[in-house]
Design a binder for this molecule. Structure first.
Ligand SMILES: [Mg+2]
Length: 312
């Protein structure tokens, strides 16, 4: 593999916007949109933790961007560009970097972003990647976790639990004949571009499982989320696997759907904003014990053994 500078020139410089100055200066120069509030978020992808060794490099690249884009979506922000840092082990093939850059290029086009800059180095053994996304939002329109009010409805976009089941399918412990669940795990769809300001009191994206991420809204808002498990929407492929995966669907997985908390009476407005993306009411915010209370359709408590992914 060529030296660092020729690799950057060959694979990364073509991805840079004018802000990146051809990746030949010490830093990027960026003029923010007039009057905008800037929004920053960073996420890592570590080999063996966030992806499986041998995963297709283009999909790793796209998921790295999409995890960050989902955080911008959760804040109600629109993306502008990103900084990228890579640490690659010495043995890695040059075709890996070519395919990785190809994946970045594909999603740059899809989401209208450019590379602003970053850093490349070598690692001892594992691939380690990080992206910092820069987005913008009109002042006062950012969505926060702490705005939920008693009586607000809890909504989710899309379907919940596909990524958790997709990971199991990749590990060979459940069937995925259509490949749908695996695809949802490898290539999430960040819900960028929904005009939620003025409708939604609080929002978060699901990166560590529905219950745990909903719990972050509860804690930040000093309330309890009461949800009904059977209202949590399942994809056709997830539903076919049956009720025994309910707990996995609720507590695991990086779905990158949004949890939206809105005052009652907003069903039509939310549906209009989400267009072809389904949005489903799963419960209500109110007083109570603990961050999230889950019941079945007859009102019985559903006891969940664990609440979501813990990093440490
Ligand atoms: Mg997040």
């Amino acid at each position: 593999m060529g030296d660092e500078f020729s690799r950057i020139a060959r694979y990364l410089a073509p991805l840079a916007g004018p802000e990146g100055l051809g990746l030949t200066d010490d830093a990027a120069l960026f003029t923010p949109p007039a009057g905008a509030q800037l929004v920053f978020t960073a996420d890592q992808m570590l080999e063996g933790i966030h992806f499986i060794p041998g995963d297709p490099p283009a999909l790793i690249a796209r998921k790295l961007l999409r995890r960050n884009l989902s955080d911008l979506a959760a804040m109600g922000a629109s993306p502008l560009g990103y900084l990228l840092t890579t640490a690659l082990p010495p043995g890695i093939d040059e075709s890996w970097l070519a395919a990785f850059a190809e994946g970045l290029a594909q999603d740059q086009t899809e989401f209208g972003i450019k590379l602003f800059g970053g850093d490349s180095s070598s690692s001892r053994t594992d691939i380690s990647l990080s992206a910092t996304l820069i987005g913008h939002v009109a002042p006062g329109e950012a969505l926060r976790r702490n705005g939920a009010k008693t009586g607000d409805d809890i909504w989710v976009t899309g379907t919940i639990g596909d990524a958790a089941l997709g990971l199991r399918a990749r590990q060979g412990t459940l069937p995925d004949p259509s490949g749908y669940l695996i695809n949802r795990s490898l290539l999430p769809s960040p819900r960028i571009g929904l005009k939620l300001a003025g409708i939604v009191h609080a929002a978060i994206d699901i990166s560590d499982g529905l219950i745990q991420d909903l719990g972050h809204i509860s804690r930040a808002s000093n309330l309890t989320a009461h949800i009904q498990a059977d209202l949590v929407p399942a994809s056709q492929d997830a539903a076919m696997l049956g009720a025994k995966y309910l707990e996995a669907r609720l507590t695991e997985g990086d779905d990158y759907e949004l949890i939206l908390v809105a005052p009652p009476g907003n069903a039509d407005r939310l549906a209009a904003v989400c267009g072809s993306l389904p949005v489903t009411r799963i419960g209500t915010m109110s007083e109570g014990e603990g961050p999230v209370v889950t019941r079945d359709r007859s009102g019985r408590l559903v006891n969940l053994k664990h609440f979501g992914w813990q990093h440490f």
